[in-house]
Design a protein around this ligand. Structure first.
Ligand code: SDX
Length: 444
């Protein structure tokens, strides 16, 4: 009797004793039984389907892996049609309401909510690892004054691997855990250093009296005051944003971390690959692209023309659409609500009015409804970041800070997964074959 299991899209496996595909190869008339497990079939089971003895056998072809499970994971569950997101089985709505980012990071990595002693130890371990080696200031200082902070973060995270040469001992669980703690602890410090560099301001060291989000605000904004005191409402809003961005199953950047990590490189280099993937405007760079889009629209009366541009294919409605969610991204709902708390402190961001009008029009317009394009996590987050005084270029960095715990949780799961090996896809070769070299003086 097959287990009633669900894949991430919620496809249940029929309660039957016959979970197989019967495949007939019409080229040979041969029939094959392919096992169905957890709503999937193994690509390697198709290799046996050949037309002759020297035939390599069938491969599966899935550009961008739109319908391919790359791993078995117990970390994050998404149901795209129902708009469900759970970390280790806990609904994101409950975690955003009742938890903190550091507690969620522990949950993602260890699989269970911490006891009070475990949370105290975890918080202590993260807090005492927030400093970076003084040399880090040298190379962050070497970037141009107008360098994009995400490019600086990409470089500095990768460079951390040179400060911890033993980090490549990935088979040692204790070594994996200390690197995990260092990465989660130091990401806000590297992010803040990148920001301060762009502002021409001195770096601010971590303040171990402050909580994780408050300490980040301290390293970002402390000036001449002896002690930076974060506004608790802004600190809580940031904590909620960090919770919402912590993990999202096999997204582009997590796939990059797993693929690079599968070569058994150190976790800093694998995390740098995640930062690089997240930098892209179709992924974590979308929150930056949303603000630039809202600023370009500028006034409500320009929205109709802009939306026509989207339909004509000349524009993309950034912050809308998702590979998995074909419903409202549950994170977008929570962030939209969090804007109220932040704007209570900072005043309403005038771009909110344009964002709300864009959403209203998109939710009523068949072009978007037929393509199941709803606001995603990036649509409203930028309004909060801007209200917190962050430049648009820092928005993807704000995504990378909390996603580090998700990347690391996925990396740890990959390293411990006996089924995983170095990621090395196949291809369909479309180029020329076996041509003779043409000397230079004979080329046309
Ligand atoms: C994140 O994977 C994750 O989990 C990512 C993430 C995470 O937490 O890690 O959730 C974070 O990256 C959120 C997504 C942020 N990106 C954006 O907001 C950029 C704008 N959105 C897209 O470019 C797009 O929707 C993607 C990249 C998010 C998803 O792209 P898909 O699944 O490859 O879909 P597609 O590009 O094939 O689009 C299907 C159709 C196309 O139209 P047709 O060719 O059928 O006519 O929908 C259209 C697309 O043109 N379309 C859009 C659109 N998104 C898709 N048209 C206008 N505006 C958009 N935003």
């Amino acid at each position: 009797m097959s287990q009633q299991t669900e894949t991430t899209d919620g496809a249940g496996v029929a309660e039957s004793g016959n979970d197989t595909l019967t495949v007939t190869d019409n080229r040979t008339g041969q029939t094959y039984e392919i096992e169905i497990t957890d709503g999937t079939v193994r690509a390697m089971d198709f290799r046996q389907i050949k037309v002759s003895e020297d035939d390599f056998g069938l491969m599966t072809y899935d550009p961008a892996f739109t319908n391919t499970a790359s791993c078995r994971s117990a970390i994050t569950y998404i149901d795209g049609d129902k708009g469900i997101l759970e970390y280790r089985g806990y609904p994101i709505e409950q975690l955003a309401e009742q938890s903190t980012y550091l507690e969620v990071a522990y949950l993602l990595i260890h699989g269970e909510l911490p006891t009070s002693e475990q949370l105290d130890q975890w918080t202590h371990d993260i807090t005492i690892h927030t400093f970076v080696h003084e040399n880090v200031k040298e190379f962050v200082g070497g970037f141009r004054h107008d360098a994009h902070p995400m490019g600086m973060l990409l470089g500095s995270v990768g460079a951390l691997s040179t400060f911890y040469p033993d980090a490549n001992e990935i088979k040692d669980p204790d070594n994996r855990m200390i690197q995990t703690i260092r990465l989660i602890a130091k990401m806000p410090t590297l992010a803040a250093f990148a920001y301060r560099h762009t502002q021409g301001q001195p770096y601010v060291y971590p303040d171990n009296d402050l909580k994780y989000p408050g300490n980040f605000l301290n390293m970002m904004y402390k000036m001449t005051e002896l002690k930076y005191e974060p506004d608790p409402r802004l600190e809580r809003a940031l904590d909620i944003l960090f919770i919402l961005h912590a993990d999202h199953e096999q997204n582009c950047s997590t796939n990059a971390v797993r693929a690079v990590g599968s070569s058994q490189v150190d976790p800093y280099s694998a995390t740098a690959a995640g930062v690089a993937a997240l930098y892209g405007p179709l992924h974590g760079g979308a929150n930056e692209a949303v603000l630039r889009m809202l600023k370009r629209i500028e006034k409500k009366e320009n929205i109709r023309d802009f939306m026509q541009g989207v339909k004509d294919g000349n524009e993309r409605l950034m912050g809308f659409g998702h590979r998995v969610y074909k419903n409202y991204d549950p994170r977008a709902k929570i962030i939209k609500k969090a804007t109220d708390d932040v704007f209570e402190v900072t005043g309403v961001n005038p771009l909110l009015e344009i964002a709300l009008e864009l959403e209203k029009i998109a939710l009523e317009d068949d072009y978007f409804v037929s393509r199941k394009l709803y606001p995603n996590v990036d649509f409203y987050s930028g309004l909060i970041y801007e209200a917190l005084g962050l430049p648009v270029s820092m928005f993807p960095v704000m995504f990378a800070i909390p996603r580090t715990s998700g990347w690391i949780a996925q990396w740890l799961e990959m390293v411990e997964d006996k089924e995983q090996k170095i990621a090395r896809p196949r291809q369909i070769y479309t180029g020329d074959r076996t041509r003779d070299y043409v000397p230079l003086d004979q080329r046309g």
